[in-house]
Design a binder for this molecule. Sequence first.
Ligand code: IMP
Ligand code: MG
Length: 431
Amino acid sequence: MPANIIIGTQWGDEGKGKVTDYYAKNADVIVRYQGGSNAGHTIVVEGQVHKFHLLPSGIIQRTKTNIISNGVVLDPETFFSEIKTLEDKGFVVDNLFVSERTHIVFPYHKMLDGAEEAQKGGKKIGTTKRGIGPVYTDKIARSGVRVIDLIDEGALRAKLEYLVPQKQKMLSMFGDSSKLSFDEIFNKYADYGRRMKKYVRDTSVMINDALDQKKFILFEGAQGTHLDVDHGTYPYTTSSNTVAGGACTGSGVGPTRITNVIGVVKAYTTRVGEGPMPTELKDETGKHIQDVGGEFGTTTGRPRRCGWLDLVLVRYSCRVNGLTQLAITKIDVLDGIKELKVCKAYKCGSGGETLGDFPASEKVLAQCEPIYDTLAGWKQYTEQERRDIVKKGSAAIPKEMKNYIKHIEKELKVPVKLVSIGAGRESTIEV
Ligand code: IMP
Ligand code: MG
């Protein structure tokens, strides 16, 4: 399986980090291709918890090549601090490469992100305030600073001479009275540039060469399909293409080279930030799922809104990503809930028509009522029982849990190949 893309099928936080880490054991190269430090990928190995916002999830496996490709927006502060955290834990980071074409996040992007949200008031998006929208805006406006400029002091100076005064004006326009210092920004980033040099490569060449050599590549998506700027619940989205196509544009690989697109489906639905969510549970069950699932943002600490599995949402993801297989995560969080509901369609509009496809309009989505199938739940399993299930493999998956998985497969018509029943790397079952 040479080129595999791992995609979140919901609103992010599906457990992509864990699934990436699992498949990474066979992979040679792991690529982060979009987003930036808005992401939060948690990996638990032998009880040790690692949280990454920017570095690819293969970074703790030293034998792998880890790439941050052109589609990512890189905040050097996060980049160097994540490397330092790993080194402090005793890891050696000599397996990391960054594309020359990757765009750089500056302090003013983060300030503008906050200032613009504040100005939007009740219409805010609920961003992670990592500067993601503003830095992609600069990229599309063709005034961004790329890694290739960061490592070239002359180019960096010239770009910042134009950008700093422009951002100063924009900040005051958004009612932020902070003063930007050209010297401070330039000196700090010129230093980042010097430290960055050793990581910089033409990563498209690296990835395509690896494909020529039949190596196993994992493209690690960040956020989820419904946060995609084109296909997501716009405007409550992030600013990049989180869908499978984004792996191609975001890394310089042609679509004909992709073999597999793996969709990660959390066994229920969560959402951070604003925007409609048809299966949201504002009751005890929602609270229970939030507590048991630890549904608090890795990046912002905000509580995630929780609800039943929404297959309208995931069916849409199967289509726009061309998913070839699914990985179900956090199914253990549903332990002990007597009856489980799974949304198969929406009822919508004054006539209460059934809507099988996910709507483009935020207004329509806000009016959608979920139509549920009810499935039998299963008991609460102990750690020991779960370990036994994992050891015995897919045949040992309890009957009701198996039914839940089969139901997802039947509704989506995509095979489930992986089921995760706990946070650790060791609690994953191949189906
Ligand atoms: P931004 O990406 O910081 O601009 O945030 C835009 C929207 O995407 C907000 O609703 C965020 O909560 C959401 N978001 C961004 N990154 C993630 C993620 O990694 N997981 C879940 N939600 C995210
Ligand atoms: Mg996350």
